[in-house]
Design a protein around this ligand. Sequence first.
Ligand SMILES: [Zn+2]
Length: 274
Amino acid sequence: MYIDAHFHTNVYNRYENALVQALAILNELKILIVSSSTDPDSYQQTLEIAVKSKYVLPCFGIHPQVAHEYLDKLDALNDLFDQAIAFGEIGLDHYYLKDESQYPAQYTLLEHFFSKARDQDKLVVLHLDGAEEQGYEMIKKFSLTKVIVHGYKGSLETMRKLLGIGCYFSVGGNMILDAFKQEMTEDDWILFQSIIKEIPSNRLLVETDGPCRMEPTPPEGAPRSMPSYIFEMITKIASVREISSEQLQESTNNNFKQLIQNDEFLKSYSSLIV
Ligand SMILES: [Zn+2]
């Protein structure tokens, strides 16, 4: 069993036959994927995919980059909030989205998700790019206990504060691979390696952010990555942490199990992890 803590299965719908191949890989290799969505339409697609595989954990999310489009529709979306078994990808984005006039909408939408997550005791998968400190303050304010921070790029200082309030971190994506090193600054490269090294072993999860992220050598004619890309992430992260891939796999499985073990919405996924 392997766990990919951040994924977007619905993106496979854009490629012919890719979904069938991806689901076959999940079943064969036993890769459980936490499949985030970014709007109601992609959530609907994700739900339909989850019916086809017990290894797809569907999350309802509205990405912060489109938050402003949904503020006046939240009442109409209430059933989705109630029926979802987990929330993601949600959060704040001040890194890719530079238009500050959109930030208030991000906060309002995230407060809405956080109040539902608190009241319904649901897992959340967060994107906090460029607004890590603000995200920390909000998680603390809502006293959330089941939080995965995905693709963290903030300071080590804020990371320690997020760890202090119980957050888990999923690392991976192509920001950590040697093949993509030339696409980032030296400072970012050093930061990402430090993040991978410093997260305590009992809070670490692994992600590919697939198939939005490109494999160094993507399968020909196929999407940018397939679910087996998780093995490259595990190998790389294990080598940076100077442990074996097996040790990393075992500890990340335990961590995810720990995170969801008392979650009444995720029992069927918890029982998959042995
Ligand atoms: Zn993502």
